[in-house]
Write a protein that binds this ligand. Structure first.
Ligand SMILES: Cc1cc2nc3c(=O)[nH]c(=O)nc-3n(C[C@H](O)[C@H](O)[C@H](O)COP(=O)(O)OP(=O)(O)OC[C@H]3O[C@@H](n4cnc5c(N)ncnc54)[C@H](O)[C@@H]3O)c2cc1C
Length: 405
């Protein structure tokens, strides 16, 4: 087995690991740094982020958009120095131009995730950071000088080690085993659950809605109590509700027993909805009730609403009773779907849970248990909302650790 001595080894060539390596290599120009990556290339996941556009940050990102025990305090402290503008200026220095959309989401000006990866990789090459790919870290041991790492065909002795192995699902949506590695270091971990994923729901009606999108206000309800509400575009799939607003409600692993409620007319009061439906029913009393949503919703969505209200689509409008109108109007503002347990990491963008934050020094990301060992990015018990928050944290934590080695 080949033995190699280095100053620092970054485990995981993803967003946080690459940024950390760039920053550390800029500070320690005469010292050897390596990145160990289990995939055949670094940064593969970056290429699929933001639907290939890479939403790399969010203007004004703050603690309110992050979750995980203790994350509020960590983000508050971290973003004092490594805020969105600091991340963007680090990228600007690498040559990346960006643009920000009306929601505050930041993308590369090229609208290509590859641009983000290219500038990081170019700088890593300039700085002489060695990328060792197809090298999954299997074992790590503490020694008098630092750490001894076994990966692929070599044994690396590093003074400093940065764990940047990400969440449970890897770049290709496959479940990764880095949790065992973290546990082997004696690091305490919180329970992992998928976040930012579609929510599987039980409904016969979904099949006819596949591919349809609708603006809505969506609430997550547990035992008749609203847990969280989001507004945006809901996408219907064969067996799930999807879209950014649903993603942001998907964080809990134990969604079984919860409901999602769709309000398809969030800007209408219940009285306004009743008045609107009443007018539509009266407009053509002999027409089938299935036609009242013409000009309002996608045809299949209207049909599904009628069926969900227990009505037959062919019933003439004038046959609909006051009681049935009330049920239909209620459905428009509160259409309930029973959620299934959310355990599918492969469909999730982020892992909620990870190394507990009381394991690290908030100023440096260094492990309190193992000096010289740093943990950054999604491997930690920090997950953000959809909209560039997760990459913002990955890059910010990478910069902070890189400055602290
Ligand atoms: C489809 C999709 C779209 C997304 N879009 C966005 C978006 O637009 N904006 C946003 O903010 N966030 C987005 N995210 C989330 C974001 O990509 C992650 O939060 C972020 O990449 C986390 O960075 P990281 O460096 O911690 O981990 P990762 O980027 O996941 O990198 C971890 C790396 O470590 C490697 N690795 C793991 N275990 C080992 C091991 N034992 N040995 C060696 N290497 C190992 C992995 O192969 C991987 O390359 C998206 C996620 C997905 C899946």
């Amino acid at each position: 087995m080949r033995k190699q001595r280095v100053f620092a080894a970054v485990i995981g060539g993803g967003a946080s690991g690459m940024m950390c390596a760039v920053r550390a290599a800029e500070r320690y120009r005469d010292r050897k740094l390596v990145i160990l990556e289990k995939a055949d290339r670094v940064g593969k996941k970056l290429l699929v982020t933001g639907n290939g556009r890479c939403n790399l940050s969010h203007v004004g990102a703050g603690a309110a958009s992050y979750h995980g025990e203790g994350s509020g305090e960590l983000i508050h402290l971290l973003f004092r120095k490594y805020h969105d503008q600091a991340v963007l200026s680090a990228f600007r220095a690498l040559g990346l131009l960006t643009h920000t959309d009306s929601e505050g989401r930041v993308y590369p000006l090229s609208n290509q995730a590859a641009s983000v990866l290219d500038v990081l990789r170019r700088r890593l090459a300039q700085l002489g950071v060695e990328e060792i790919c197809s090298a999954e870290l299997q074992n790590i041991q503490k020694t008098a000088e630092g750490y001894e790492i076994a990966a692929a065909d070599r044994c690396i002795c590093a003074e400093k080690v940065i764990i940047a192995t990400g969440g449970k699902a890897d770049y290709a949506g496959r479940e990764s085993g880095s949790r065992e590695l973290l546990r082997s270091l004696g690091l305490s971990m919180s329970r992992l659950s998928p976040s930012l994923s579609p929510v599987t729901v039980k409904s016969e009606l979904l099949r006819s809605l596949k591919g349809i999108r609708a603006s809505a206000q969506v609430s997550l309800i547990e035992r008749q109590r609203i847990i969280k509400t989001e507004r945006g575009e809901v996408q219907f799939t064969e067996n799930a509700l999807s879209g950014i607003c649903v993603f942001n409600l998907s964080r809990r692993g134990n969604l079984g027993g919860c409901e999602l409620s769709l309000n398809l007319l969030p800007d209408f009061s219940q009285d306004q909805i009743i008045a609107e439906i009443d007018t539509r029913l009266r407009r053509d009393p002999n027409a089938p009730v299935s036609e009242i949503f013409t000009g309002m919703f996608h045809k299949n969505l209207g049909l599904a609403l009628i069926k969900a209200s227990g009505l037959k689509p062919s019933t003439p409008c004038h046959h609909i009773s006051d009681k049935e109108i009330k049920v239909l109007c209620r459905r428009l503002s509160d259409w309930r779907f029973d959620c299934e347990e959310n355990r599918d990491f492969k469909k999730s963008q982020v892992t909620a849970g990870g190394v507990r934050l009381n394991e690290i020094d908030f100023h440096t990301f260094e492990s309190k248990r193992h000096r010289g060992l740093y943990i950054i990015g999604e491997a930690l018990d920090v997950d953000g909302d959809c909209g560039g928050y997760n990459l913002q944290f990955a890059f910010a934590s990478g910069l902070c650790a890189g400055d602290s080695l």
